[in-house]
Design a protein around this ligand. Structure first.
Ligand code: ADP
Ligand code: MG
Length: 387
């Protein structure tokens, strides 16, 4: 029998804080100096572990002989120490933390990070209003064995005075999942890095992975017996702040109209100004206007990786919910993206995909009736620039 959640235990790196992109960046440069390359397999081997153990896993995975884990650790640590304060919150982490805190759910951290580094990370600007969220933290240097051993989770449950079966863990890494499962806890897995494979989630499991989410934006507390979010509009999450962008419509593959009957205007990655760099891929919605016309239309928007740009750049592809008389390539498209609908999903058939996109359009129209979201129809970003 699955028991009620009495405590939520958060992993820190890649779950609360986006430190993993920093770590990968620094690791890549440190390895490059030794003529080695950080492969996805090496990332998978190291992620979630204590720093020196993570480096050992990388050394083993890459079969490095010219340099030791200790050396790599010594070279990377000062570079990272200088940068921990830059780490941002993972998408949806702040919202979920604040929600659970407001609902009075006891929370703790169980991290592979040593205490000193933990303090540095929590001291960054991103964590300014989260200090009081956690009643306890167990750090990597405070337990005998690091993840994937269960020690840090077991110790945290003890400190919180909660039975492990009533602890819910939020984790991004395979080693963390393994550790929490070994501690007898249920785990919501939210992968922070692509191309890492996880076991199939089992919602009825009393320990191990019970849910696998694309991001914390898809966390539904009520599915775990916790109070639901109160900020949803028609089941969508309003963005705060909204994204405002303008760009010239470029040609894509012409697939939208031809294969699906759903045209999506492509914007060049350069027009996204990096504001989407940290954005979760998925389906969003908002308002759009085109060219010299001030008319504003409800718009369903896909944010993802377009193969045309070799998967390196996120692209934004709006489907304006309006019948246009002609194409509008090379014209300026203006967007106010105001809400998040759902993650990207794999569809087995084209019919399913098309049906789902039409449902997204219905949700878009309904959610934009909300007075707060309707107000963005008059946002300055949507006004044509006078020539
Ligand atoms: P591409 O792959 O070149 O983007 P699509 O088949 O997706 O081709 O069609 C998108 C193009 O269709 C847009 O760039 C735009 O010029 C035109 N278009 C016409 N109506 C719409 C609409 N309602 N929403 C988006 N684009 C539209
Ligand atoms: Mg398109």
């Amino acid at each position: 029998m699955v028991q009620d959640v009495a405590c939520v235990i958060w992993d820190l790196d890649g779950t609360v804080l986006d430190t993993e992109s920093l770590v990968c960046e620094v690791s890549r440069s440190v390895l490059a100096a030794h003529g080695a390359e950080l492969t996805p397999e090496a990332v998978k081997a190291g992620i979630g572990k204590r720093p020196i153990e993570a480096w050992q896993a990388v050394v083993d995975q890459l079969q490095l002989t010219s340099v030791t884990a200790q050396q790599l650790y010594d070279e990377s640590e000062p570079l990272l120490t200088a940068r921990w304060g830059e780490a941002k919150l993972m998408p949806g982490a702040g919202r979920l933390l604040r929600h659970l805190r407001r609902c009075g759910v006891p929370m703790a951290v169980a991290t592979s990070t040593p205490r000193r580094t933990f303090e540095r990370k929590m001291g960054g600007a991103a964590c300014a209003d989260l200090a009081g969220s956690f009643s306890a933290a167990t750090c990597g240097d405070e337990v005998e064995r690091g993840k994937p051993a269960p020690d840090c989770f077991t110790a945290t449950a003890q400190r919180m005075g909660v039975d492990p079966a009533r602890c819910l863990v939020i984790e991004d890494a395979p080693s963390g999942l393994q550790a929490a499962a070994a501690a007898g806890m249920r785990v919501v897995v939210v992968p922070s890095l692509p191309r890492i494979e996880y076991p199939q989630p089992d919602p009825a499991a009393t320990s191990g992975c019970c849910q696998l989410l694309s991001s914390l934006l898809d966390f539904r507390p009520e599915r775990l017996g916790l109070s639901p979010f109160d900020d949803l509009v028609e089941g969508t999450i309003p963005l705060d702040p909204v994204w405002r962008l303008r760009g010239t419509v470029v040609r894509g593959f012409g697939r939208g109209s031809k294969e699906l009957g759903i045209p999506t205007a492509n914007l060049p990655p350069a027009s996204l100004h990096g504001q989407l760099a940290d954005a979760v891929t998925g389906i969003y919605y908002g308002w759009a206007s085109v060219g010299a016309s001030p008319a504003v239309y409800p718009t369903a928007i896909s944010v993802g990786y377009n193969p045309f740009y070799k998967n390196k750049e996120k692209t934004v592809e709006p489907w304006l919910l309006h019948e246009f008389e002609a194409d509008f390539y090379d014209e300026e498209l203006r967007l106010a993206v105001v809400g998040y609908i759902r993650p990207e999903a794999d569809f087995t058939t084209l019919e399913d995909l098309v049906a789902r996109i039409h449902r997204d359009a219905d949700v878009t129209r309904a959610a934009l009736q909300n007075s707060n979201l309707a107000a963005y129809k008059n946002d300055d970003v949507l006004k044509p620039r006078s020539v």
